[in-house]
Every structure is written in C-alpha cells, then in structure tokens.
Design a binder for this molecule. Structure first.
Ligand SMILES: NC(=O)c1ccc[n+]([C@@H]2O[C@H](COP(=O)([O-])OP(=O)(O)OC[C@H]3O[C@@H](n4cnc5c(N)ncnc54)[C@H](OP(=O)(O)O)[C@@H]3O)[C@@H](O)[C@H]2O)c1
Length: 248
C-alpha cells in the first residue's frame, strides 16, 4: 500500500532537530498540507514554525508524558500520518559493569519503545477515521545487531522493531500502513561521537518518505542500512526501494 504525502496531515515527534527536523522539511517539500511538530520545548520550534507559512503547528510533546500525548490527540485530530521519530541514547561508551547502563536502559525503553506505542494507541481511532492512514516508527540498524558502544540503546531499538511488527498486525484490519525505518549512522547530534561515515539527515528523511510513498514496510534509507538490512530481512520484497533512494 503506497502512502501519498501530497495533501496529507502529519505529526512528527522530536521535530525540533536532527532527523525529525529533516522529516518536517521533507514533508513540506512534498506537499503535506500541515505538519504537527512535536517537541519537549516549544521554543526550540520557533524558527521552524516561523519559516513554514502556517503549515507547521508546534505541539508540546514529551513522548513519555501521558498528558502531552492525550493533548496531542485532542489537538491533532486531522492527522493521517504519524512519524514516531523521537529517540534517545541515554548512555554510551561504558564498561560492562557501568552502573549507568541500568537507568539508561530504562529511559531508552520508555522513549524509544513505550513512547511510540503510547502515541500510536492514542492516534489509532484518529487514523481509522481518515481511512487508516500510516505510522512510521524510526528504529535503527542497531535493531538488527547490538553495538558495544550503546548496548541498552541497541536493545531498545530491537524492541522498537518488535513493537513495529506488532503494531502492523494490530492495525492491519483498520487499513493503517505501518512502516519501520532502519537508518545507519545519521549526521545528527545523536551520532556526534560515532566514528563512522554518516549520511546527512535530509538524505535519510527523503529516503524514508520515498519508502513510504512506494509502500515499503521495512525502509532501509542509506547504504549502511541497505547492507545490514539485506541479511536481516530475508524476504526480498521488503528490500524493494525506489530509484531515488538508491541514488541518495
Ligand atoms: N543519528 C543516528 O545515527 C541514528 C541512526 C539510526 C536511528 N536514529 C534514530 O533517529 C531518530 C532521530 O534521532 P536523531 O539522530 O535526529 O537524534 P537527535 O539529533 O539526538 O534528536 C533526537 C530528538 O528526539 C527528541 N527527544 C528525545 N527524547 C524525547 C522525549 N522524551 N519526548 C519527545 N522528544 C524527545 C529530542 O528532543 P530534545 O531536543 O528536547 O532533546 C530531539 O528532537 C531517533 O529515534 C534515533 O534513535 C538515529
């Protein structure tokens, strides 16, 4: 099932910087009518909102805050595309017995797994009322294999993949298209200390929307993702990518 961006109304979490910001820009470029930009600090959205000509609506949205999520659903009842992008690495580069892994793992699970599930639960009837709509969960290549520098983050992103599969099954009957996006290293604040080649956020954002428009369920939006995903997703149909994504 392909998803049309032109004329849609979307909500992007973690929209104030990094990949979320790039996704908002890409949605606007492709003709989305309105984009709700979720952020923990509304002031961090000021420039994005001011430049949008009224098409970006700022939304106070900490994905771990139940009141924020309820308010988002009350305000953004016209959403037909939900992009669960917000994510966090709470600790990295520690020894195995580093006590920081435990609170970090709990926080990462709350933000990276429970957050998308809670938001999608709230938006389920809204999406249904617009013919099903679509959900994208931003996972990672570390959903496929744990990286030693960020083991608890890796575990949370493996769980993001799992909850994406569950969501796809659960919302199938109401016609909601559910995609997972699995980027490799992206050039954002999050990957600042990662000593690898990184794909620019606008390139990854464009490839995610390409995948969505082509109806790809497991979106591999950069070269690292395509290489690692090829061994993880055994069904070749899931690897199908539009030509523009391959060229990115
Ligand atoms: N960068 C990479 O290499 C990479 C690779 C694969 C996947 N990803 C995934 O891509 C997504 C975007 O990451 P990024 O690279 O753009 O990272 P980033 O630059 O660190 O941005 C993270 C975004 O998530 C927001 N956020 C964090 N906790 C939140 C919460 N509790 N509620 C709402 N928003 C919250 C941040 O808001 P604040 O400004 O308030 O902190 C920020 O907007 C994440 O899901 C990440 O796991 C990233």
């Amino acid at each position: 099932m392909s998803v049309s961006i032109l004329g849609t109304t979307a909500l992007v979490t973690g929209a104030n910087r990094g990949l979320g910001r790039a996704l908002v820009d890409a949605l606007l470029d492709r003709g989305a009518t309105r984009v709700y930009a979720g952020a923990r600090r509304l002031e961090s959205l000021a420039e994005l909102v001011a430049a949008s000509g009224g098409r970006v609506i700022p939304l106070q949205l900490d994905v771990t805050n139940a009141d924020d999520i309820a308010n988002a659903a009350a305000v953004a009842g016209d959403v037909s595309l939900l992009i669960n992008n917000a994510g966090v690495v709470s600790h990295s580069f520690g020894a195995f017995d580093d006590p920081k892994w435990l609170p970090a793992g709990r926080e990462e699970y709350e933000v990276n797994v429970i957050g998308p599930l809670a938001l999608t639960q709230r938006f389920q009837p809204i999406l249904a009322s617009h013919g099903g709509g679509a959900v994208v969960n931003v996972a990672s290549v570390v959903s496929f294999v744990s990286v030693a520098i960020a083991p608890t983050y890796s575990a949370s992103k493996a769980a993001t993949h799992s909850i994406t599969q569950y969501t796809r099954q659960a919302l199938r009957d109401q016609g909601t298209f559910v995609a997972g996006a699995y980027p490799g290293p992206v050039d954002t604040d999050m990957a600042e200390r990662v000593p690898l080649d990184k794909t620019p956020a606008p390139v990854v954002a464009a490839a995610i929307l390409d995948g969505l428009e082509a109806g790809v369920e497991d979106i591999l939006p950069d070269p690292v993702a395509r290489e690692m995903g090829a061994t993880f997703f055994s069904n070749p149909k899931q690897l199908e990518q539009p030509a523009s994504a391959e060229a990115a």
